[in-house]
Design a protein around this ligand. Structure first.
Ligand code: SF4
Length: 703
């Protein structure tokens, strides 16, 4: 083999999901030869999942949008960037002049959080647009975490993550990290980390209506009823208090509100909640006692506990359990990361009790961090009046498939006067756009993970330059955002993401170590900044630096939880099953469904149900079944699975690529069905505004 034929090696972080795995990409003549784990990456330590190899698919995919497109009566017309920006500037300014700044909305999809340029330039774009009508995927799945952190610690980014490599007891509620590799807990290689806990004599306990891939690795699994997690957490806290096992540990002198927590949870005994939770009082007590007695322990709750009617309560109670068991801000417990680009340090200290969230125009839902819940985006487009959204930017998002009540939102998008999409595909959402602007992704972008280092189980830093140049007329998201800002009248400037990153690193917590962009460029595998360290005293953003253990916002919501103990019987008659979503290891968000390497592992999208339920209804494995909800219906093959609790059904999320006009041919060939044709945008957690996907009441009708 000659030198010219020898593949070159490129090291980078995978940006598909939150796990930030280190990759070794061998390439030759502008093509990928192989994608392997980077065993020298200090964070992922040689782990990757099957999705990483698909990064090459996205780069060469013939379905990618390669040039700006303009909708015409005869179909999509390729246009130049100058024409695109001119038309966008004229239309958006005219709409805002006639109907006000709020008449133009923005929806941001999840990939923006995994893109250095987007993460750094989107705030500038939002400021230029000047609209209060901002939405993002955060209100589909993670708002409860931010609201709890904001209320308890003063800032929504103050999220303490499990110190997973040192804990003796990991209690997982409504999460499946063996598949996800952590979410709001970036932890690549979770299966090995879970086995290591058990291998060193510790315990992993999983609470989930389904015996998940994580549950199969755990020491013990309890099948909880959907939406009963907050009740269980109350009873765990109650047991620890009643046993006299409360220990605030090293943060005892910083905690306010313990007496309020004690009083507020007084009646949530294991006996009172056991029936609704589906776990015996004896098992709840045993679990609480084992958690409290462990040398170190941490409770981690995620999607199943967040995307439900009591998501805010769940996240508050999860933190409270960690605090009262002495497991907050200590090795093996819940700890704050200290990232090199430190967004949390920039948040001014303020009193969470004094904050009054803005309310959305139509339904009065609470805003958070300058955004309103995506569950009300369709209302804001469809409901006449001042401030109605008449034009919309979607940036790297597909809310038609990912937001609750997706079919209603699909119809609402068709009613817009004007829509611009920045995306890599013509998907179920961007097909409604008037102009589509083609962005780069994956191997084509520079990457430093701005957000997820803030939720990582080890402190590291890594910058990856682009491997390949953009193809066709594609531009980086940050370049597109700059073009949009300019066409809306903002002054042009020459700042790059690297300029902003370098300045942030030089001003960050590792400045004394000389951390800078140059330092990262000299370490292509990344730099290890060490394990998590106790740092709550410096990280809290409350004015007095204290922890609010029982914020009034949550305590005042407990009567709603109490009411749920006895409710439900009427709905059960009409819709006897409860729907939960699930994630497949072969796929992530909807945009990954066009990768041929991933499609082969996707399999058919089914509705999973317990064999006992199937027998009662006369449903055979593989038989077509109509799943009926208040807001829609789907027809899917049944998959009988003894791992799912009776009374519960599960459908994988993000599918449904059967709508006309999408340009994702591989996905359309294996379309599946969208769980969000069943979910209801009226079902939310009223405390936070987060969508309540899980627990949607459904009925099954066999063909
Ligand atoms: S878990 Fe998979 S998709 Fe996520 S960062 Fe790692 S390799 Fe990429």
């Amino acid at each position: 083999m000659t030198a010219a034929q020898t593949p070159q090696k490129h090291y980078r972080s995978c940006n598909i999901c939150e796990a930030m795995c280190g990759l070794e990409v061998s390439h030759r003549d502008g093509a990928v030869v192989s994608i392997r784990p980077d065993r020298q990456d200090p964070f992922s330590r040689g782990h990757i999942c099957p999705k990483a190899v698909a990064l090459q698919d996205f780069h060469i995919d013939e379905d990618r949008v390669r040039t700006p497109l303009r909708r015409t009566a005869d179909g999509w017309q390729p246009i130049g960037w100058e024409q695109a920006f001119t038309e966008i500037g004229q239309r958006v300014r005219a709409i805002q002049q006639q109907h006000g700044a709020d008449s133009v909305g923005v929806y941001l999809g999840n990939p923006n959080a995994h893109n250095l340029g987007s993460a750094l330039f989107l705030p500038r774009f939002q400021k230029t647009l000047g609209s209060r009508n901002r939405y993002s995927s955060a209100s589909a799945d993670q708002l409860p975490h931010h609201v709890a952190a904001s209320q308890m610690f003063g800032a929504g980014l103050a999220i303490a993550v499990p110190d997973i490599d040192r804990t003796d007891f990991l209690l997982i509620i409504g999460a499946n990290p063996a598949v996800s590799n952590g979410s709001l807990m970036s932890a690549p290689g979770m299966p090995a980390r879970l086995k290591a806990i058990i291998g060193r004599g510790g315990r992993v306990v999983v609470i989930d209506p389904r015996r998940t891939e994580t549950a199969k690795l755990a020491s013990e699994h309890f099948a909880i009823r959907p939406e009963a997690d907050a009740l269980l957490l109350c009873a765990l806290i109650r047991t620890i208090i009643d046993d006299g096992r409360v220990d605030l540990g090293d943060v005892a002198d910083m905690v306010d509100g313990y007496a309020t927590l004690d009083a507020a949870t007084a009646d949530f005994t294991p006996e009172r909640v056991a029936g609704a939770v589906g776990i015996s009082a004896a098992d709840i007590r045993r679990l609480a006692r084992a958690f409290a007695a462990a040398p170190s322990a941490v409770c981690y709750s995620r999607m199943g506990a967040s995307t439900q009617s009591f998501g805010g309560l769940c996240q508050w109670l999860t933190v409270a359990l960690n605090v009262i068991s002495g497991n907050f801000d200590r090795a093996g417990g819940a700890m704050f990361p200290l990232p090199a680009l430190d967004l949390l340090a920039r948040v001014p200290r303020s009193d969470p009790a004094l904050r009054k969230p803005p309310r959305s125009r139509v339904r009065g839902l609470p805003g958070y961090s300058g955004e309103f819940p995506v569950a009300t985006l369709a209302d804001e487009i469809l409901t006449e009046g001042d401030g109605r959204i008449r034009a919309l930017f979607t940036i790297a998002g597909n809310p038609v498939l990912s937001a609750p009540g997706g079919d209603r939102l699909d119809g609402a998008l068709a009613r817009l006067d004007f829509m611009v999409a920045v995306d890599i595909y013509l998907n179920e959402t961007t097909r409604h756009a008037d102009i589509v602007l083609p962005a780069t992704t994956g191997l084509e972008i520079a990457q430093y993970d701005v957000y997820f280092n803030s939720f990582a189980v080890r402190n590291t830093a890594k910058y990856s330059p682009p491997l390949f140049a953009a193809r066709g007329a594609q531009r980086h998201d940050w370049q597109i955002l700059k073009g949009l800002m300019a066409c809306l009248g903002a002054a042009e400037d020459s700042t790059t993401p690297e300029d902003l990153l370098d300045a942030a690193l030089r001003a960050g917590p590792y400045k004394d170590l000389g951390l800078s962009l140059d330092a990262l460029l000299a370490h292509p595998h990344g730099i290890d900044l060490g394990p998590l360290r106790p740092c709550a005293r410096a990280r809290l953003r409350t004015p007095d630096g204290r922890i609010r253990l029982a914020p009034a916002l949550f305590v005042d919501d407990l009567p709603r939880l109490r009411a749920a103990l006895d409710a439900d019987s009427a709905t059960r008659r009409d819709y006897p099953f409860r729907l939960i979503g699930r994630r497949l290891i072969w796929n992530h968000n909807t945009w990954t469904h066009n990768a041929r390497r991933l499609l082969k592992g996707a399999g058919p999208i089914t509705v999973q149900l317990h064999p006992d339920d199937a027998r009662r209804l006369g449903i055979a494995d593989g038989q077509l079944v109509t799943v009926r909800a208040r807001s829609g219906r789907l027809r899917l093959p049944a998959e009988l699975d003894g791992d799912i609790a009776p009374g519960v059904v599960s459908i994988a999320q993000g599918w449904g690529h059967d709508r006309p006009g999408i340009g994702m041919r591989h996905a359309a060939a294996q379309p599946g069905a969208s769980i969000n044709s069943l979910t209801d945008d009226a079902r939310i957690d009223p405390l936070t505004g987060n969508a309540a996907f899980n627990g949607t009441p459904v009925a099954l009708d066999p063909d």
